[in-house]
Design a protein around this ligand. Structure first.
Ligand code: SF4
Ligand code: ZN
Length: 467
């Protein structure tokens, strides 16, 4: 299921066949469509559509093209409209210095005023920029500095992620600007432009990955290839998702699920995913057997939302071995079966052993992702017990410095670091493939870690993405 996070289906372009367009969208698996207004009239039209169709949600606001129509009264009207239950954001708002249909100074003022409406209403913003990326980011930064509470009030105090503040739609900025926005709590969204030949946005997209983006058609504009130049419509979203999946060698389902999760989180649309004991990424099946952990890493969202790639892993009950086995059903359908959730699997060593035995008997491959503390957790050297059951193990090295290790994982650094390294050395004796990983955080000395892992331990090294 997909979400088209930006489609202007109130436009005249759809006057004669709007119902067909919306039916085609639903047939193509479009779960929701977000329709942003561009002034008071079209905001009302977006709202009318949202009243008529359950799966349509509206945003209200003045597009920079229409900034000259905005005044105290019309902005008050936008704020009133924003109280409607189907309004999920303020937009589209922003700056357009390409066409300059409204004077630039006025565009900036109206943009600022509308961000303040969003702040008062605790809604996200949908931002349009054209030849004005740096200026738009500056306006948003200034507004954020003036009110740091925006979108923080629903923020789960345990989560390291705050409630997202908005989306820069049809994003054409560079990678540095994209990262700046992601760190400020924004998403960026990609329309059909990614499908165009030699599209410059692809470089940025490759840099930031697909974990923090939304999909949009920007209908009726920007129809994706091979429909370029034609009227666009929400049912074309899969063409964009396919292209992004191709770029990242991911599955289209992964792209659809992650981007839908992001859109729902941003716009506050229910229902979110229900907790999973198994989840599929690319062609591997992951097992989420516990959410308990002996550590409490600063970069881990286990106590927050516990979402990985759009999957909700916040299980309330730990599954039995039988439940996991039933859920796997046929291990040969996957490249590998991986013990990996928002918890330390070796806390449930018996389940690992039972499930892995069954997977091996049924022709599957098994991987264990672990913090390497299993010997302390279980009070014995557990590695020989995994021989023959686990084909590969990935151990979080996190840091080669025990002090930093302790700070990152909020454990006794000396004791646990030593145990983890010892665990890795044991794995090398008993498990065919061993990898040690660090997170791509700036403060981690990755090169030194690589040397240590490859030279001193003699196993493979990998950097896990951070953010
Ligand atoms: S060891 Fe893994 S599950 Fe445990 S807190 Fe750290 S990142 Fe989270
Ligand atoms: Zn638009």
């Amino acid at each position: 299921m997909y979400i088209d996070s930006h489609a202007h289906i109130f436009f005249e372009d759809y006057k004669t066949d709007r119902d067909d367009v919306l039916q085609r969208a639903q047939d193509a698996g479009i779960e929701c469509i977000i329709v942003p207004g561009t002034n008071v009239e079209t905001s009302k039209e977006a709202l009318e559509l949202s009243e008529k169709y359950d799966f349509i949600y509206a945003c209200v606001g003045f597009h920079p093209h229409d900034a000259s129509k905005a005044n105290d009264e019309t902005l008050r009207e936008i704020e009133e409209l924003s109280k409607h239950k189907k309004v999920v954001g303020i937009g589209e708002i922003g700056l357009d210095f390409h066409y300059d249909f409204s004077p630039r100074q006025q565009q900036i003022e109206v943009f600022e005023q509308q961000i303040h409406i969003a702040i008062r209403r605790n809604l996200p913003i949908v931002v349009h920029t054209r030849e004005s990326m740096a200026e738009s980011i500056a306006v948003v930064e200034k507004a954020l500095a003036s009110d740091g509470t925006w979108r923080e009030q629903y923020h789960n105090e345990h989560s390291r992620y705050s409630t997202p503040k908005g989306v820069f739609h049809c994003f054409t900025g560079d990678a540095q600007q994209a990262w700046q926005l992601l760190e400020m709590g924004f998403y960026v969204s990609y329309p059909g432009i990614v499908t165009f030949k030699n599209s410059p946005v692809i470089e940025t997209l490759k840099d930031i990955g697909y974990d923090h983006i939304l999909l949009e058609t920007d209908s009726p504009y920007l129809a994706p290839a091979p429909l370029r130049g034609k009227r666009n419509e929400p049912s074309n979203i899969p063409l964009i998702a396919n292209k992004i999946a191709e770029i990242f060698r991911a599955s289209t389902e992964d792209v659809a699920r992650i981007t839908s999760y992001n859109a729902k989180k941003l716009f506050g649309i229910e229902p979110m995913d229900s907790p999973r004991i198994i989840y599929k990424l690319r062609n591997s099946l992951y097992l989420n057997i516990t959410i308990r952990c002996n550590a409490d890493c600063v970069f881990c969202d286990r106590k927050g939302e516990a979402v990985i790639k759009g999957y909700n892993l916040k299980i309330e009950h730990e599954p039995t071995s039988q439940e996991v086995i039933q859920a796997i059903s046929d291990p040969t359908k996957y490249d590998e079966i991986v013990f990996c959730g928002y918890g330390e699997p070796t806390i449930r060593l018996d389940v690992i052993k039972e499930v892995a035995t069954w997977v091996k008997e049924h022709g599957g491959k098994v991987r264990l992702n672990t913090d390497g503390h299993g010997n302390i957790i279980n009070n014995r050297n557990i590695v020989p017990e995994l021989a023959g059951l686990v084909d590969s193990v990935s151990i979080s090295l996190n840091s080669i410095d025990p002090k930093q290790y302790g700070e990152l994982m909020r454990v006794d650094g000396e004791r646990f670091h030593k145990a983890m390294v010892e665990f890795a050395r044991e794995c090398k004796k008993y498990i065919p493939e061993v990898t040690m990983t660090v997170i791509g955080m700036d403060e981690i000395e990755k090169e030194k870690a690589k040397q240590f892992v490859e030279k001193e331990i003699g196993v493979a090294f990998r950097v896990r993405p951070y953010f």
